[in-house]
Design a protein around this ligand. Structure first.
Ligand SMILES: Cc1cc2nc3c(=O)[nH]c(=O)nc-3n(C[C@H](O)[C@H](O)[C@H](O)COP(=O)(O)O)c2cc1C
Length: 462
């Protein structure tokens, strides 16, 4: 089947970070790139307006709580390249971007490894209020030793235990968002001089393996209560976590691996009583589009010449936990069971049986096993390629930051109309919260099939 006969709607997010460099190290040195202005709100407001002009579903902000110091055992390569350092708090950007837009959604990454459920729940409730229900949380577990050391944790917890802690964290967040306040608790009754009816606010108590909590939620119910839940991480344990919690799963994998992981997560989700359509799969994609193929190729070569090789390897080393400074450019990348992102190293090795990736590939701007589609071409060529990933099980794409906002502008002006012409992309936003825009009317809040629904307070009638 080709894209011309298929009518599944493709979802697009712009994938960014509150830092000068994100997934591709060094591109901030390109004369057209404005990401070095990441400390200036005008940069973010303009980006949000471009994204909304292109009817993108959201801006999705990555975040890490530490520095990439696995490469040669120091942060120097990452610092020199501006590779995810310096890095500012992503959540603080959202209010300004929300004020400049009406429908655009926002995905905010926050790690359950370094936070307390009590505070995180309030932060997301606040964002959900201020955006009128347009916020999502990208739940990550953390993988950098530097982040664990920074908060005095000694070291990163063992891989699977990070997910055990995440499960307990999520249960507490759900109980605060869904169970602490009844819908009609904050009555704002001026005549009766009652803001909140105390009998409608419920204390959450918990003594667990990783957390103790005894509190009422600080925020009153927001439009979505629980923010839209994104998750990234497709190791075996990561998939189980996704199947239970995620509404949107973010993957960086090869096409066959996406197909396998998407089907597996949907199968596992059924064991929690969820339906396949309760989960959307977003694939990380690098897209560079131009009116002609020659222009697209020229642009790609020009971008490529600004890549910082050591910065790129510093990122890869941090992601995988493998120090790539120890290898030569022609050395093959081999599978090592590390305590880092298992899905990343698995994607480049075990799940990439047809090709041996070499260290020089990791340092380049181009297709790398485990990074999803890398597409350079005309609008029609890019659309054709993306649709093959949709055939494989993707519902949408997180469009990786390249040279910005120039690259996103090209996507909005060239690719979006092509997708609209093919009938696979919206021509306007649907009303409602971010969850309703993605899952349909009446879905402002979590599906009754989601495990968190069990934590909703039944109210006085029950
Ligand atoms: C596509 C993708 C994006 C991710 N983004 C972030 C991020 O922004 N911040 C972060 O701390 N971790 C991020 N992670 C890491 C995951 O949360 C998780 O800690 C890691 O992948 C290890 O789990 P896994 O072995 O199941 O992949 C990301 C992972 C993937 C696969």
């Amino acid at each position: 089947m080709t894209g011309r006969t298929r009518h599944k709607e493709i979802r697009l997010n712009a994938f960014h970070m509150n830092a000068p460099g994100h997934s591709w190290a060094g591109l901030w040195t390109h004369p057209k790139d404005r990401c070095a202005d990441y400390t200036d709100l005008d940069f973010w407001i303009e980006l949000a307006r471009i994204a909304e002009r292109g009817k993108l579903d959201g801006i999705f902000l990555a975040d890490v709580s530490g520095v990439y110091d696995v490469y040669a055992g120091t942060p120097d390569a990452a610092l020199a390249a501006g590779a995810q350092i310096p890095s500012n708090d992503p959540s603080v950007l959202i209010s300004a971007m929300a004020a400049a837009t009406r429908d655009l959604g926002f995905g905010v990454t926050a790690s359950v490894g370094y936070e307390q459920p009590y505070y995180l729940a309030r932060r997301f409730s606040t964002l959900d209020h201020l955006t009128k229900g347009r916020v999502g949380w990208n739940i990550v577990t953390g993988y950098l030793e530097s982040a664990a050391r920074a908060i005095g944790d000694g070291g990163v917890r063992e891989h699977d235990q990070r997910y055990d802690r995440a499960d307990e964290f999520l249960e507490l967040a759900y109980r605060l968002w869904e169970g602490s306040w009844e819908d009609d608790a904050a009555v704002r009754d001026k005549a009766g001089r009652v803001f909140v009816r105390p009998e409608k606010v419920h204390r959450i108590t918990h003594r667990g393996t990783f957390f103790d909590l005894d509190a009422i939620h600080l925020s009153e119910p927001s439009p979505q209560r629980t923010p839209l839940l994104y998750q990234a991480g497709t190791s075996g344990r990561g998939r189980e976590f996704a199947a239970r919690h995620a509404e949107c799963v973010f993957m960086n994998q090869g096409r066959a691996a996406v197909a396998e992981a998407a089907a597996d997560i949907r199968r596992r989700a059924a064991t929690y009583g969820r339906h396949p359509e309760d989960l959307l799969v977003f694939v990380g994609a690098t897209v560079s589009v131009a009116p002609t193929e020659a222009e697209a190729r020229d642009k790609y070569e020009e971008y490529r010449s600004h890549i910082d090789t050591r910065g790129a390897l510093a990122l890869l080393s941090g992601w995988t936990g493998i120090d790539f400074s120890q290898y030569g450019p022609d050395d093959p990348v081999r599978y090592v069971k590390s305590n880092g992102m298992q899905s990343k190293i698995e994607a480049m090795t075990l799940r990439s049986p047809d090709r041996v990736w070499r260290v020089r590939d990791l340092a380049d701007f181009g297709e790398v096993g485990g990074r999803g589609p890398f597409v350079v071409g005309t609008p029609s060529q890019v659309a054709d390629e993306l649709l093959t990933w949709v055939e494989a099980g993707a519902d949408g794409f997180n469009l990786t930051r390249v040279v910005e906002p120039a690259n996103l502008t090209d996507i909005v002006d060239l690719l979006v109309p092509e997708l609209q012409d093919r009938g696979v992309y919206k021509t306007d936003y649907s009303p409602g919260t971010l969850r309703e825009k993605l899952f349909g009317p009446g879905r402002a809040r979590l599906s009754p099939r989601h495990p968190a629904h069990a934590f909703r307070h039944p109210g006085p009638a029950a």
